[in-house]
Ligand binder design. Structure first.
Ligand SMILES: Nc1nc(=O)c2c([nH]1)NC[C@@H]1CN(c3ccc(C(=O)N[C@@H](CCC(=O)O)C(=O)O)cc3)C=[N+]21
Length: 286
């Protein structure tokens, strides 16, 4: 079997177009454009790609993009003060702090300082708790973008055996919650998991987010399975590759996401979606 490609770039473009139409409509009614503040402390290479692509997406969708780049030696207090200011700014609907942050910064304290109603990354413990109690408010962009892609396959998730590889706060754990909320049977694997190959080989759906190039071998994939590769790894020759051994996996899978052009563009489109929700549709009472 050769897999059908889940084209994240195309699905993201479609989502961004529908967001743009909603923004145009709301602005014509006299509402503000959605405002998104992205704080980047220092210069992480993956974050720079993200910031660049997100800036283009904001422009095209009619968002007001406030990017703040702070020097690598910025103190915790300075970041907290900036968040306080953005929390109080009515033109700003969404705030994210790019991860990872330099060592002197404590990411947990920073994330908790963002008002839960402006937490468009969905990383605040309040929003994690909402997702975990099946009352989602703002859900993390990457896993939520994966759900949007999965809907495009038309395959019902109810009862599927889903294996999530990687248990991070950003990808694995919210992915587990999203899939559980759709009544998949979810197994979460991580660095202490025994016999990963066997777990993956039993999966109807595999979502991999670990940040190790080609870590999941193509031969582990069950015939016809859905394979979602969240990894974006830059190799020494400058090319990008995912966490799944793509060329082999695509001969076994039913559906597969490419890297680049898979989950990455969906993360950005979903960030815009969350920000638009805050601007126009979310009744947030925290
Ligand atoms: N608070 C926070 N939230 C994040 O969501 C977050 C973050 N910090 N820190 C950095 C990582 C990285 N990240 C990417 C998202 C999309 C692409 C993306 O669009 N990639 C394209 C193009 C890649 C390329 O051309 O280099 C693709 O996969 O096709 C890349 C990277 C979000 N992150």
């Amino acid at each position: 079997m050769t897999a059908k490609i889940l084209d994240g770039k195309a699905i993201a473009a479609e989502l961004r177009e529908s967001i743009k139409q909603e923004v145009d409509k709301q602005v014509a009614l006299g509402k503000k454009a959605p405002g998104l503040a992205v704080i980047m402390v220092g210069e992480d290479p993956a974050s720079q790609v993200y910031v660049r692509n997100k800036k283009i997406a904001c422009q095209k969708a009619g968002f007001n993009d406030v990017s703040v780049v702070l020097p690598t030696d910025t103190s915790q207090e300075e970041v907290l003060a900036l968040i306080d200011k953005l929390n109080a700014d009515d033109d700003v609907h969404g705030i994210i702090v790019q991860l990872p942050v330099p060592n002197q910064i404590d990411p947990e304290e920073i994330i908790e300082r963002i008002h839960p109603c402006k937490d468009v990354d969905g990383f605040h413990p309040y929003n994690v708790g909402r997702l975990a109690t099946r009352m989602p408010q703002l859900a993390p962009c990457t896993p939520h973008g994966v759900m949007t892609m999965l809907a495009k396959t038309g395959i019902p998730l109810r009862g599927l055996n889903a294996v999530v590889v990687g248990a991070s706060n950003i990808v694995g754990v919210p992915m587990m919650l999203e899939l559980l909320n759709e009544r998949a049977t979810v197994t979460v694997c991580h660095s202490a998991t025994k016999d990963l190959a066997k777990k993956v080989s039993e999966a109807d759906l595999v979502v991999v987010g670990v940040g190790i190039p080609n870590m999941v071998k193509g031969e582990w994939i069950k015939d016809g399975a859905i394979v979602i590769d969240v990894g974006i790894n830059r190799l020494d020759d400058g090319t990008l590759c995912g966490d799944v051994e793509y060329d082999v996996a695509k001969e076994k899978a039913g559906w597969i996401t490419p890297v680049p052009g898979g989950v990455g563009p969906m993360t950005i489109a979903t960030l815009l979606e969350n920000t638009m929700q805050v601007a126009y549709h979310l009744d947030c009472k925290v």
